[in-house]
Design a binder for this molecule. Structure first.
Ligand code: NOJ
Length: 557
């Protein structure tokens, strides 16, 4: 297996709006991030992925970009960005930018031109269609509720928007679009950035003829069928790779909705003709309902193990995995798979960080930050949650109270409450009025307190990262072969990692119960050494009682 820095890295995702506000306007910003580089250095990460910081009217918090080469007013200036990049580099931290090119904002100059007339040069930069029998051209639904088509009065045609109507989809079939996107990417690379996280990049090539798709029981057709892993997506990414990516020492990760193992082997192939790795969604969809994600189905550990293990085993030597439970679109894992306790946060972190792949830590995850009780729908800020609430209750499909409970559990806003720095006003996030409510549990869960406590979730993450990056076990943690143990055990997530002369045994009780576990006979050890644990453990015994959320990693060779 080829050794390279991005396989050996730990990435920290920053959602700038909620990270740190330096000027008191209630919105996080670039100078706020800059002031926290020391914190990130102490945590031990070496790559930052910045959620979008570009100019944007913020219909979808920056995932609707109106100028790719300018900075969002609330976040600061290009000068602030340059300083951040320079200081991060001085500290040995790389910066990966979010690249949102499946769509732009409807306020981007390309779209303003495109919608101005059918004859405009940029008309074909987006996906325009005539009405069919006075209706939308097909049954596709937007990911954010409603139809995926918006009628344009001026030119009397519909345009496609897989997300909000303020996020029109670019037409990647147009070579000029690709050229403009590649030029823009090159411009950022020349500035010295260290990579791209590519937003819904699996959706850039739509199915030929834009046919109707199955509804899966929802109101509209599930547009994923018409957009994910489309006919030209690999061709476009190979072109992007040749034209831009291959010229720089950068890392790339594609957010690939609808990706299967077979597709991932192409996107993240080891020959490196497309991307370095993908974010897959199978494991984060295990607790979804048939129609949508708005339910409170618990995650089955047996299914989670089977899924993650499949990705571990099948991509080995062929592609590369990214490892994540949390990001700005997911509720907090400690409230989803755990029970909000620091012990469960540590246990879940152990499961993930000892696997093969590049781990991603989402801001606050390293503190064990939890879901937030928002109460009424008015306290939410995320358009996905708000639109779903009104669409489904107004259509009489769901009852308001019941749906609100599911939204409380799954809303993306759970990940977007301000970072909890200390016990001061607004958790030390801002001097002003925060744009979204602060989780009241900041008095208990905050960075200042955890940094001072060697037993905290923060220090546990720091240790996991240190083991991966700077220990005698680095190679086995990064490159070791993965093997699941006891696949049918409903509580224990256990596996081994093996590389050259080293073998690790990871045992995690992913439950709040005390459970019996017997290490299978085929796993043998002479000496043992404990790498990390969330209880004080002295010896490894074959037959044992695992305490609630107990997690351990042993060197068994
Ligand atoms: C995926 C991003 O992660 C999400 O936050 C965003 O809303 C959609 N793509 C649309 O850009």
């Amino acid at each position: 297996m080829r050794k390279i820095w991005w396989k050996e890295s730990v990435v920290y995702q920053i959602y700038p709006r909620s990270f740190c506000d330096s000027n008191g306007d209630g919105i996080g910003d670039l100078n706020g991030i800059r002031s926290k580089l020391g914190y990130l250095k102490e945590l031990g990460i070496n790559v930052i992925w910045l959620s979008p910081i570009y100019k944007s009217p913020n219909d979808d918090n920056g995932y609707d970009i109106s100028d790719y080469q300018d900075i969002m007013t609330e976040f600061g200036t290009m000068e602030d960005f340059d300083k951040l990049l320079e200081e991060a580099h001085n500290q040995g931290i790389r910066i990966v930018m979010d690249l949102v090119v499946n769509h732009t904002s409807d306020e981007h100059s390309w779209f303003l031109e495109s919608r101005s007339s059918k004859k405009n040069d940029k008309r074909d930069y987006y996906i325009w269609r005539e009405a069919v029998d006075g209706h939308e051209p097909n049954n596709w639904g937007s990911v954010f509720s409603g139809s995926a088509w918006e009628w344009d009065e001026n030119t009397q045609m519909y345009y496609l928007h897989c997300f909000s109507k303020k996020q029109p989809d670019l037409n990647w079939e147009n070579p000029k679009v690709r050229e403009d996107v590649f030029n823009m990417m090159e411009w950022w690379c020349e500035k010295g950035i260290d990579g791209f996280r590519m937003d819904v990049i699996s959706m850039i090539s739509k199915k030929e003829g834009l046919p109707d798709v199955p509804t899966d029981g929802g109101i509209y057709g599930n547009s994923m069928y018409g957009t994910c892993n489309g006919p030209h997506v690999h061709e476009y990414l190979q072109e992007m790779n040749k034209r831009v990516l291959s010229k720089y020492d950068i890392m790339t990760v594609g957010e690939c909705a609808g990706v299967t193992i077979e597709e991932a082997k192409k996107y993240a192939n080891a020959e490196n003709t497309e991307l370095n790795m993908v974010f897959q969604f199978e494991h984060t969809s295990l607790d979804s309902g048939v129609t949508d994600k708005w339910c409170k189905k618990p995650i089955s550990l047996v299914e989670l193990k089977a899924n993650l293990s499949k990705w571990e085993m099948e991509l080995e030597d062929i592609a590369w995995n990214s490892l994540y439970f949390c990001n700005h679109d997911q509720p907090r894992i400690v409230s989803r798979l755990g029970d909000n306790s620091p012990l469960s946060a540590k246990c879940i972190a152990t499961v993930l960080h000892m696997m093969q792949g590049t781990p991603y830590v989402y801001q606050g995850e390293e503190l064990g930050m939890t879901n937030c009780s928002f109460g009424c729908i008015e306290n939410y800020r995320d358009l996905e949650s708000i639109n779903a609430y009104y669409e489904l209750t107004q259509a009489g499909i769901r009852q308001p109270e019941e749906l609100l409970e599911c939204i409380a559990y799954k809303s993306r806003d759970n990940a977007r409450t301000p970072m909890q720095w200390n016990t001061k006003k607004n958790a030390g996030f801002t001097e002003g009025i925060p744009w979204i409510m602060v989780n009241p549990n900041y008095t208990e869960i905050n960075a200042e307190k955890e940094m001072a406590d060697p037993e905290s979730v923060f220090h546990y993450y720091r240790k996991l990262i240190e083991l991966r990056r700077f220990s005698q076990w680095s190679d086995v943690i990064v490159y070791g072969h993965y093997q699941l143990i006891a696949p049918e055990d409903p509580y224990i997530f256990a596996y081994t990692r093996e590389y050259k002369e080293k073998k690790l045994l990871v045992i995690c009780n992913v439950s709040a119960n005390t459970v019996e576990f017997e290490i299978p006979e085929n796993i043998v050890w002479k000496g043992t050494e404990l790498l990390i644990a969330n209880y004080s453990e002295l010896a490894l015994s074959r037959k044992r009682k695992m305490k609630p959320w107990q997690a351990e990693v042993w060197d068994i060779l």
